[in-house]
Design a protein around this ligand. Structure first.
Ligand SMILES: *[C@@H]1O[C@H](CO)[C@@H](O)[C@H](O)[C@H]1NC(C)=O
Ligand SMILES: *[C@@H]1O[C@H](CO)[C@@H](O)[C@H](O)[C@H]1NC(C)=O
Ligand SMILES: *[C@@H]1O[C@H](CO)[C@@H](O)[C@H](O)[C@H]1NC(C)=O
Ligand SMILES: *[C@@H]1O[C@H](CO)[C@@H](O)[C@H](O)[C@H]1NC(C)=O
Ligand SMILES: *[C@@H]1O[C@H](CO)[C@@H](O)[C@H](O)[C@H]1NC(C)=O
Ligand SMILES: [Zn+2]
Length: 444
């Protein structure tokens, strides 16, 4: 009996040496040390790199997890989580560290996590605003200066905007994330905040073209976004109840359109969707922005299943490659589902790959290389997220040596131009909403 108990203690000790993570706040040095220790313990399952530096020179660390962590593999979708872009919203920062620990320790033990890591490349950025976090000295439920970066800019107002000119100067943290998005073929993402309890989806800004006169800013993929937000809220311990944080704000089923909640300019989720070809939602995970450390374990338990189920959604829809007659991949080909065009058309990456997140159903997929006849093919998309692979459907052009010019989309407010074009035809009446809520507290 004694010997058996001793063995159990011995095993527990071994596990904890590999990746012990306390439920407490990890400041810059501890966070870096933790990420480095995980990479050292799991060198073939993880890749650690910094995508840039903050104003005060702190590294912006990203830990990549997957069977092929160092580089993209054809057919394997790229997923990301970004937390703590508001330095005073701290729960996401810590639960992403626990997510990392859970993923690495479950690989080859838990069959679902093993499959997930074999079929998905997962990028985790625990903090996008390390300076703001360090500037927030002690736990505080309400908004503090630590929200902003060292230059006093709100990073979730700092991205190019599709609806109006964003005059804020792009900060180093924002630029690093923009370069990162350009560098990878991200398909799905979430951005973790605090101060409320809700999953909020694009658009955060809007105009009459996205039907804001109805108090909602609708993207062409609204059905997919609602599904994504509900996947999170219904797998969370309580978000789906929609009771929010006080009786002023309730969110049916724990979700909201970003604009319906409150309009903002220069947000990261709209940028991801318009220019990054990546569906991103904003997760508000705690009523208290910076809760005491003794609540972190409960936050991790409340979010664990939701974090995992949300990653699996990267396998929704359809994916494949566009090639010429010889099988040579065609980069920059436009691939869109008919009836849901993106304002910046989604294009294939350098391997000729496309990924389209779509709910189960029948769609016509249109693959176009300017100057050639479009290929339109009907696909039947099954409910296949349980299979850890989107439907695979390749397109082959019957010509050879097809070139498509790089398709960088203009940064001008694209939807503003669409609105001008449509209002030239019919001028919409101006609706003035009765009372604007004065936002004493800001969240996303
Ligand atoms: C995951 O990949 C590893 C390495 O190739 C392989 O041994 C294992 O069988 C795979 N497991 C699953 C569940 O796909
Ligand atoms: C940005 O600058 C332009 C041109 O100076 C101005 O018309 C616009 O109102 C400004 N936008 C904001 C949000 O301040
Ligand atoms: C861009 O991708 C290359 C190749 O995978 C990598 O070496 C580099 O670190 C990446 N840069 C950023 C900012 O992600
Ligand atoms: C296919 O996509 C191209 C490029 O976006 C577009 O010009 C064309 O009208 C589309 N064709 C159909 C039939 O929708
Ligand atoms: C899931 O994968 C299995 C085995 O590869 C296959 O038989 C099945 O058709 C797939 N289901 C869907 C819905 O894609
Ligand atoms: Zn926030």
């Amino acid at each position: 009996m004694r010997a058996a108990a001793g063995d159990v203690v011995g095993i527990l000790c071994l596990v904890s040496v590999a990746a012990a993570l306390d439920f407490k706040y990890h400041h810059t040095e501890e966070l870096e040390a933790y990420l480095k220790s995980v990479h050292a313990a799991y060198p073939s399952l993880t890749h650690l790199h910094s995508i840039g530096r903050s104003v005060e020179g702190r590294d912006l660390w990203v830990l990549v997890l997957g069977r092929f962590p160092t580089h993209h593999k054809i057919g394997i979708p790229e997923f990301k989580y970004v937390a703590n872009m508001h330095g005073d919203e701290t729960v996401g920062r810590e639960i992403l560290l626990h997510l990392i620990e859970f993923l690495v320790t479950s690989y080859r033990r838990d069959p679902v996590i093993t499959r997930l890591l074999n079929t998905t490349r997962i990028h985790v950025m625990p903090t996008m605003n390390p300076d703001g976090f360090e500037a927030t000295k002690v736990p505080d439920c309400y908004y503090t200066q630590g929200r902003y970066n060292k230059n006093g800019e709100d990073l979730n107002r700092n991205f190019p905007d599709a609806f109006e000119n964003n005059n804020a100067s792009i900060q180093p943290e924002t630029q690093a994330v923009m370069n990162w998005i350009k560098n990878e073929t991200f398909v799905l993402s979430a951005n973790l905040h605090g101060g409320a309890l809700v999953a909020s989806y694009t658009f955060d800004n809007g105009n009459s073209v996205t039907s804001t006169l109805k108090g909602y800013s609708r993207s062409p993929d609204d059905d997919v976004f609602i599904h994504l937000a509900k996947t999170y809220s219904f797998n969370h311990a309580s978000m789906y109840k929609g009771t929010g944080c006080d009786n002023r704000q309730t969110f049916p089923e724990g979700i909201t359109n970003g604009y319906s909640w409150y309009q903002l300019e220069g947000g990261m989720q709209d940028y991801n969707y318009v220019w990054g070809q990546c569906f991103e939602i904003t997760l508000e995970l705690s009523c208290c922005k910076y809760p005491p450390a003794d609540q972190l374990e409960k936050f991790w338990r409340d979010n664990k299943a939701a974090l995992i189920e949300y990653i699996k959604q990267v396998h929704l829809g359809v994916k494949g490659q566009v090639t010429d007659k010889n099988g040579t991949p065609i980069p920059n080909a436009i691939v869109e589902a008919k009836g849901r065009p993106h304002v910046c058309p989604y294009r294939t990456n350098k391997h000729g790959e496309y990924f389209l997140l779509l709910l189960p159903g029948t769609y016509v997929i249109n693959a176009t290389v300017p100057g050639f006849k479009s290929i339109l093919e009907t696909v039947e998309i099954p409910d296949n997220t349980g299979n850890f692979s989107a439907l695979k459907h390749d397109f082959s052009f019957s010509q050879v040596s097809i070139q498509s010019t790089a398709g960088s989309c203009p940064k001008t407010p694209l939807y503003q131009e669409l609105e001008r074009a449509s209002s030239a035809a019919a001028k919409p009446t101006l609706h003035v909403f009765g009372l604007m809520t004065i936002m004493l507290v800001i969240f996303k």
